[in-house]
Design a protein around this ligand. Structure first.
Ligand code: GLN
Ligand code: ZN
Length: 765
């Protein structure tokens, strides 16, 4: 029985690649040094897998930035603005595309399916002259071979590549990207031929687009592409990998009917319905790569459960045709549990990061072949049992409260326009009220005091005083600027999810559980392992302190349940919505405590609500229903006088606008300035929006300071489609990444613009 791993994290167990990249970019180390760190990482991964006993070990899953960009380099599809003159693409051109350079901005980056990984979007059009311009796949294959490891080179499949691209600037939006297939396949053929010549016997094409809602025309492209490649591929065993969701029945038919393909890989964790398709018929004589070890999570595999599935599959496809695999690349999980020396022992026994998952895959394959590692299996069974019965996982009161939520609706009793009237009586705000999104610049000094407090190097009193001083500074700045609704600036927070996770029960934190987000950037999601509850108030102390410093309304600042859920590693022993409802109840308690403490405006950020949207349309409604419900649960218990705000950091919500309205917040602030038209077009098209709304008036992602006229102009555009009495004036997002030298003049201009328009509107009456 054989074993396979779809792909592996690149960063290294302690983010070695991140530091090597950043040092190279800063000019502090040479290209050779970066290459050396990278080669060492690759070689240790290959050795680790080969020592573990993995039969099909991937190569070319390493990347200096992103595997889609690697494919763009392989195809020589460098946009003209980078002035590439042909030849093998080196660091210069590669990193210019990834990150921009002094004169040219970077290519666009977007989310890789529903993961938190971001890829660089290829820019294509009829004018692109494709050429074989990066031999990375072949070089890595040879490099592994030189180390004595025969690998399966992995390529992003040609159809997924094109479907993940966008028409470049100047090319019609309706341009058919798939029409470029005949132009890119010759390059794929060159690569395949070289791989063959170098001795490869297997090749893996990742075609994750297969799990999306594709029409028959798009499916047809797979058939065409692989027929075209068939003769070049002959002599090689060919694996097509799909992952991240169930594969639709039509796509399954297309995939399993492809000519020249030897093996099919499926995600059997997120794609449980795919099992039924396989049971309904799997092509005779082909290999099934069964992804039973979760690449998207950090939980140890339920080995006995997996064996049951594998046994069943074995009887369907035959003993020598079943390969045990991961559900997707391990890129989306943390690297190695070994480095978690501080983590609680019991919790640790429930986890498996990439390095441990490799061992699980191998153990399952050996068990199927009749060589069960009894000790390993019984340790696993003991951990599974401890996780099921551990009192730290189960909190019956929380379970009961969460269960009671289901089925019933939770909304505030009064409708939003009546509430806004009540609130206005209390808040007495001018029209076009100004506010900010929450955070103010995070200075070195702030980071230092937080770090030292955590390390117990400064006392609680010293820490509280430092934060208090910062809050009072931020309050003073806002009063001087004459902002209407103030914030405390979030100086006590490292991260908007971690800050809450650390204070809630049911959460654990790792020291090195990093996952690549984009380029050298990694995130360290908290692990939700148990029922979530709030032992005590989390933000009331700081928010009421801040409110006591000013007569103006101070916004309480919370992270919403859906965002906490979507930015954590979540439990796999209960549905996501269950966990989300539990978090919602904890946040509800916090909202009510804030209200009791005299905070009349409370913002509940749902920055990640949209990104949790399932890949397939058929599943959207269910997700949106429980996500929006969770949000409403947090604030259904407050008085009409309490104004609930929410914030979202993206503007492409035209498709979910009705769910956003259904959140029933009193005020929503959203990103807008980078895509003016997109956001406002919803309202132009006649969607009625009665709640307060603050489309960001300037881009906080850039150091540029917008002028008063420019901001006034933006506000005017908004006034053309939104009622005067619901419009708020605020930046796009929090200010934590900016400097005070940027923030102060920008906010000054923002307030001036609001005032200018108030005067104009008053005189127009
Ligand atoms: N309140 C948070 C801040 O201002 C919101 C951040 C976010 O939306 N990502 O930093
Ligand atoms: Zn934001």
């Amino acid at each position: 029985m054989a074993s396979h791993v779809v792909g592996y994290p690149r960063m290294g167990p302690k983010r070695e690649l991140k530091f090597a990249l950043e040092s190279f970019w800063d000019g502090k180390s040479s290209a050779e040094e970066l290459q050396k760190v990278s080669a060492d990482l690759r070689s240790s991964i290959w050795k680790q897998m080969s020592e573990a006993g993995i039969k099909y070990i991937p190569s070319n899953t390493f990347s200096y930035y992103d595997h889609v960009l690697d494919t763009t380099a392989m195809l020589g599809a460098v946009p003209d603005r980078y002035n590439w003159n042909g030849g093998e693409i080196g660091f210069d051109t590669f990193f210019s595309m990834a990150r921009g350079n002094a004169t040219v901005p970077a290519m666009e980056m977007t989310k890789w399916f529903d993961t938190n990984y971001h890829y660089i979007v290829p820019e294509l059009g009829p004018h692109v002259k494709f050429s074989y311009a990066s031999h990375k796949a072949v070089n890595e294959y040879k490099e592994a071979k030189g180390l004595g490891v025969d690998t399966v080179p992995v390529l992003v499949g040609p159809v997924s590549y094109l479907l993940l691209s966008k028409p470049s600037k100047g090319v019609e939006k309706t341009f058919s990207l798939l029409s470029l297939l005949p132009k890119i396949l010759p390059i794929y053929k060159e690569v395949i031929s070289e791989l063959k010549a170098a001795g490869a016997s297997w090749i893996q094409f990742d075609e994750p687009m297969l799990v999306m809602d594709l029409d028959s025309h798009k499916l047809q492209a797979f058939t065409e592409a692989y027929s075209e490649l068939e003769s070049t591929l002959s002599g090689l065993s060919v694996l097509i990998e799909s992952y991240f969701a169930d594969i639709p029945a039509e796509a399954y038919k297309t995939l399993t009917g492809l000519k020249g393909v030897t093996a099919f890989g499926f995600d059997l964790i997120r794609g449980t319905k795919t099992l039924d398709l396989i049971k309904g018929g799997f092509p005779e004589g082909k290999y099934l790569f069964a992804g039973v070890v979760d690449g998207r999570n950090i939980w140890a595999n339920d080995l006995v459960g997996s064996l049951t599935i594998l046994n069943e599959l074995e009887s369907l496809v035959g003993k020598d045709k079943l390969v045990v695999s991961t559900s997707c690349s391990l890129l989306h999980t943390a690297v190695d549990l070994v480095n978690e020396i501080k983590l609680d022992k019991e919790i640790k026994s429930w986890l498996a990061f990439a390095a441990q998952k490799v061992v699980e895959v191998d153990a399952l394959a050996k068990a199927l072949a009749g060589h069960k590692d009894e000790a390993f299996f019984s340790a696993n069974a003991a951990a599974q049992a401890s996780r099921k019965s551990s009192p730290r996982v189960t909190n019956e009161a929380v379970q009961k409260a969460a269960a009671a939520l289901k089925g019933s609706d939770h909304r505030r009793a009064t409708n939003v326009s009546a509430r806004l009237d009540t609130q206005q009586k209390k808040l007495n705000l001018p029209i076009l009220p100004t506010t900010t999104i929450g955070s103010f610049p995070q200075t070195m000094a702030l980071r230092k005091v937080r770090r030292e407090y955590k390390a117990k190097k400064v006392t609680e009193e010293e820490y509280v005083n430092a934060i208090k001083e910062e809050i009072s500074k931020v309050v003073k700045i806002q009063e001087d600027l004459d902002i209407d609704v103030l914030v405390h600036g979030e100086p006590e927070r490292n991260d908007m999810v971690e800050y809450f996770g650390e204070q809630l029960s049911g959460f654990a934190f790792t020291a090195n559980g990093w996952v690549q987000s984009y380029g050298s950037r990694c995130v360290k999601p908290p692990i939700i392992y148990g029922d979530v509850s709030r032992p005590k108030a989390m933000t009331v102390f700081w928010s009421s302190m801040a409110q006591s410093m000013t007569a103006r309304p101070m916004k309480g600042m919370l992270t919403g349940p859906v965002t906490i859920l979507n930015w954590s590693f979540v439990r796999n022993d209960q549905p996501r919505f269950e966990t989300c409802y539990q978090i919602a109840l904890a946040i509800k308690d916090e909202v009510e405590d804030l209200e009791k403490a005299g905070i009349n405006v409370i913002q509940i950020d749902e920055a990640a609500l949209r990104e949790g949207l399932p890949l397939r349309k058929a599943e959207h409604a269910f997700y949106l229903d429980w996500a929006v419900h969770s949000f409403r649960i947090t604030n259904c218990g407050v008085q009409d006088t309490c104004q609930i705000h929410t914030h979202m950091c993206y503007s492409n919500f035209n498709d979910i606008i009705h769910s956003i309205i259904d959140m029933d917040a009193d005020v929503i602030t959203i990103e807008n300035s980078r895509s003016d038209e997109k956001l406002l077009s919803v309202f132009r098209e006649g969607v009625k929006y009665g709640a307060g709304i603050g489309p960001g008036v300037y881009d906080i992602h850039s150091p540029r300071i917008p002028s008063t006229e420019e901001i006034a102009d933006r506000i005017n555009k908004m006034l053309a489609v939104l009622e005067t009495n619901i419009l708020w004036v605020n930046p796009d997002c929090g200010l934590k990444t900016r400097k005070y030298t940027e923030v102060k003049p920008a906010l000054q201009n923002m307030v001036a613009a609001a005032k200018l328009l108030r005067t104009q509107l008053a005189s127009a009456k």
